[in-house]
Design a protein around this ligand. Structure first.
Ligand code: URA
Length: 210
């Protein structure tokens, strides 16, 4: 699948984290550890083109040019599986704001409906990173991106551990501008909307609710 806005990590550490997360014998603690390592790599990749603010710093010897991340960062985890991606992101970007989004599925329309939203006041200077480990049908990701854009957060990016082609296409058809950074692009969805080969339910795997 060729998609200029889709970046799949190509790194041995990402492979290793993914191997552990896929393995059905990996328990919740090891799963969370691997998810944190994968998220760190996703966050580094997603912020490669983030704005920088030039500044000066005084070393013990002299003043020199330096830079810091420009603007503000919003981390937007989609409840509940996205929560496990927040801490590693905050370790890299300690001043980021975390805005949680929750959706349930309307059983008639099968569409995601927002039941929880806690966001800061929007601003043009935000770099917005939506975090949700599994991009499956794409319904929730599209709803999260719709909501963030409606609220005034420009050009969000989507970070996920595994993307399915169906999910990438769904996001692409509504949000062609949104960059997706993923640990892997898997084969397909099964009839229940699970990614194959995937890793199972990312929320249950993290929290032990299997
Ligand atoms: N959500 C998950 O947690 N896993 C899948 O495979 C698909 C959606």
């Amino acid at each position: 699948m060729h998609d200029e806005q889709l970046r799949i990590l190509d790194h041995p550490l990402a492979d290793d984290a993914l191997r552990l997360m896929r393995d059905e014998t990996t328990g919740p603690a090891a799963f969370r550890g691997a998810l944190e390592r994968m998220t760190t790599l996703l966050c580094v990749a997603a912020l490669e083109d983030a704005p920088r603010q030039a500044m000066l710093v005084r070393t013990p010897l002299e003043e020199t040019a330096a830079a810091t991340l420009g603007g503000r960062v919003l981390i937007a985890p989609v409840l509940r599986a996205g929560l496990g991606m927040v801490d590693p992101m905050l370790r890299l970007v300690p001043d980021a704001v975390v805005g949680c989004l929750g959706f349930y599925r309307n059983e008639q329309s099968l569409q995601p409906v927002a039941y929880y939203e806690k966001l800061p006041e929007a601003g043009e200077d935000y770099t917005t990173l939506v975090v949700d480990p599994m991009l499956a049908t794409g319904g929730t990701s599209v709803a999260a991106l719709d909501l963030l854009k409606e609220r005034g957060f420009p050009s969000p990016k989507l970070l996920c551990v595994i993307a399915a082609p169906e999910g990438v296409m769904a996001v692409r058809s509504v949000h062609p501008d949104v960059a997706i950074v993923a640990g892997a692009l898997d084969r397909e969805l099964n009839e229940r909307g699970y990614i194959l080969p995937g890793l199972g339910d990312a929320g249950d795997r993290q929290l032990g609710t299997l």
